[in-house]
Design a protein around this ligand. Structure first.
Ligand code: NAD
Ligand code: UDP
Ligand code: UDP
Length: 343
């Protein structure tokens, strides 16, 4: 059965044996590791909507069943509690590999586990891709650029990463995951794709994951001060989750390996972000300065020319448009109501 559904050397054919048109209705069997998390669950929604069968593999370290509960009972959806550090046998056409904590607070919680998840977890998923001839997509990160000396960052930049710092378990873990991915591709002919994702926000983020957007939104809603770390002049570029999911799917379906930066080039200082949160939720929200964390990158902004040219992708949702959508979700989860976002 699966032989007829495989991609790779057999070409892409669906169960009926026809070459499927465009992105729609391929009826592929797809595994999403980390699919119970923030980005993964939005990706699963889109794949199910497209008609694919989706297997989520997740150890629930930061993911939640709540993010997927609306698919329970759908025969095209399956959820497996599994840690990607352990091997797993599945029969699939595509692998979206997201399993890895993404918030600095989460990935620093058990740094050894973080690097093992990135290295051994990615190795296992590449081994799986090799065995069944599936196409493999790695969700890497803008953190591979470290504290960048080039601005904005293009994919050609090799980065400025501290190999022995508190963020290294994540940064170096993802860099090694990229290396493994390229070595399986070059050495074994595995079909691979690499996305370098820049800061992404939206509904279903963990409320207390310590990332700046989730912190500011939760703080403003709870009438707590917005905690700005350092002088607040460091920058990030914030991408709404639906833009990212679109980019990931275009990358998977396209013909290019990458790496591709997927991010929104709109760059904000943390003080500017605090201001947008004030405008969106509570103009009277106070700002409180806190010491910054170690090795915090000073600036970050994607050069997305490559994704625009080769994938025909660019983000469409600005921070001011995307933030209210996240605020509604946070308001509902914090207070249990669904009032509009402006107080
Ligand atoms: P998230 O923490 O919400 O999701 C990660 C998911 O992976 C969770 O469901 C978690 O339980 C699962 N997981 C973690 N370790 C696992 C393991 N060993 N085995 C099985 N499951 C495991 O984070 P997210 O924001 O959705 O990020 C998803 C991916 O995108 C990550 O790989 C992350 O590095 C990458 N990324 C995200 C961002 C961002 O801003 N959100 C930026 C750059 C890269
Ligand atoms: N692997 C897996 N599922 C599979 C195939 C492989 O989890 O369907 C794991 C396997 O256990 C190994 C890793 O992927 O740890 C790399 O596999 P590969 O076959 O490339 O390497 P080898 O096992 O030959 O060292
Ligand atoms: N940050 C902040 N206040 C917070 C949380 C984070 O000012 O409550 C800052 C943090 O120092 C960093 C930026 O926001 O400069 C982005 O941090 P985040 O943890 O969201 O993501 P990353 O550092 O991985 O880009």
């Amino acid at each position: 059965l699966y032989e007829t559904r495989r991609e790779g050397s057999l070409g892409r054919v669906n169960l009926a044996g026809r070459v499927p048109p465009g992105l729609k209705n391929k009826n592929l069997r797809i595994v999403v590791t980390g699919g119970a998390g923030f980005v993964g669950s939005h990706l699963v929604d889109r794949l199910i909507e497209r008609g694919d069968s989706v297997i989520v593999v997740d150890n629930f370290f930061t993911g939640r069943k709540d993010n997927l509960v609306h698919h329970f009972g759908n025969p095209r959806f399956e959820l497996i509690r599994h840690d990607v550090v352990q091997p797993i046998l599945l029969e699939v056409d595509q692998i979206y590999h997201l399993a890895c904590p993404a918030s600095p607070v989460h990935y620093k919680f058990n740094p050894v586990k973080t690097i093992i998840s990135n290295v051994v977890g990615t190795l296992n998923m590449l081994g799986l891709a090799k065995r069944v001839g599936a196409r493999f997509l790695l969700t890497s990160t803008s953190e591979v650029y470290g504290d960048p000396l080039q601005h904005p960052q293009a994919e050609t930049y090799w980065g400025n990463v501290n190999p022995i710092g508190v963020r290294s378990c994540y940064d170096e873990g993802k860099r090694t995951a990229e290396t493994l991915t390229m070595d399986y591709h070059r050495g074994l002919g595995i079909e691979v794709r690499i996305a370098r994702i820049f800061n992404t926000y939206g509904p279903r983020m963990c409320i207390d994951d310590g990332r700046v957007v989730s912190n500011f939104v939760a703080q403003a809603l709870r009438k707590e001060p917005l905690t700005v770390y350092g002088d607040g002049k460091q920058t990030r570029s914030f991408q709404y989750v639906s833009d990212l999911v679109e980019g990931l799917m275009k990358l998977m379906e396209g013909e290019h390996v990458g790496p591709f930066n997927l991010g929104n080039p709109g760059e904000f200082t943390m003080l500017e972000l605090a201001q947008v949160v004030q405008e969106t939720i509570d103009p009277n929200a106070r700002i409180e300065f806190r010491p910054n964390t170690e090795d915090d990158p000073h600036k970050r902004k994607p050069d997305i020319s490559k994704a625009k040219d080769l994938l025909g992708w660019e983000p469409t949702v600005s921070l001011r448009k995307g933030l209210p959508l996240m605020v509604s979700d946070f308001r509902q989860r914090i207070f249990g109501d669904s009032k509009d976002d402006i107080s």
